[in-house]
Design a protein around this ligand. Structure first.
Ligand code: URA
Ligand code: SF4
Length: 209
């Protein structure tokens, strides 16, 4: 059997809309079987900043858009508090299908495994190649490991700008981790502080250029 992977489903196209349409038919790993739909990235095709989450959650899976559930609401508030405009950002996920376990009527999020992250990486690679952002913001370990380095430790390296061959990257926690934190106010403040670094990094660029 062939190793799973999205590669064969990713078209060679300069057009993000074509890429998105193709992603709806991806069968690069088993997650498409139980999820409702592919949740592709959204935002301006020329965004200077791309935010990468983990995978769609229950709401995202049903609605077909990234970050529209509880984590998305927290993210919206944090972006606003950091002075970032969501409309100018491209938001996507490391894995494009919702992975879950059923508990009665509820679908409980299950973290994607290395196989699914690697299988799905062809999509995020293609998105980043077309958008060519200046800065990629990884929300949580799964995103940071998919985009920056499989050994990335968010606890040690959050908030540091890393130079990659085609863009700079910065990682912070996932908004869901803020929602689950024992001290939510403290976790939220630290999350906003990291997002303010994103803003500072971007304004450095615009004022110097
Ligand atoms: N969590 C994510 O990582 N991505 C989403 O789109 C929603 C929740
Ligand atoms: Fe394809 Fe990614 Fe969905 Fe797996 S999770 S089927 S690789 S889009």
């Amino acid at each position: 059997m062939k190793a799973p992977g999205a590669d064969e489903f990713v078209p060679d196209t300069p057009d993000l809309a074509t890429l998105r349409t193709a992603s709806c038919g991806c069968r690069g790993c088993d997650l498409y079987r139980h999820a409702t739909q592919t949740v592709f990235g959204e935002g301006p095709a020329d965004a200077a900043v791309v935010l990468v989450g983990e995978q769609p959650g229950d709401q995202e899976d049903q609605q077909g858009h990234p970050f529209v559930g509880p984590a998305g609401h927290l993210l919206d508030r944090a972006l606003a508090d950091a002075g970032l405009d969501r409309e100018t950002l491209y938001l996507t996920n490391a894995v494009k299908h919702f992975k879950f376990v059923e508990r009665g009527k509820r679908r409980i999020h299950k973290a994607p495994g290395r196989t699914e992250i690697v299988a799905c990486s062809a999509w995020i690679t293609a998105e980043l190649a077309l958008i060519r952002p200046e800065l990629v913001v990884c929300l949580g370990a799964i995103a940071a490991q998919a985009v920056i380095d499989p050994a990335f430790k968010v606890s040690k390296q959050r908030g540091h700008v890393v130079s990659m061959p085609d863009y700079r990257a910065i990682a912070t926690v996932h908004p869901s981790a803020v929602l689950r934190a024992p001290d939510r106010a403290e976790a939220y403040a630290a999350f906003v502080a990291d997002l303010k670094k994103v803003r500072a990094e971007m304004s450095k660029r615009t004022t110097s250029g």
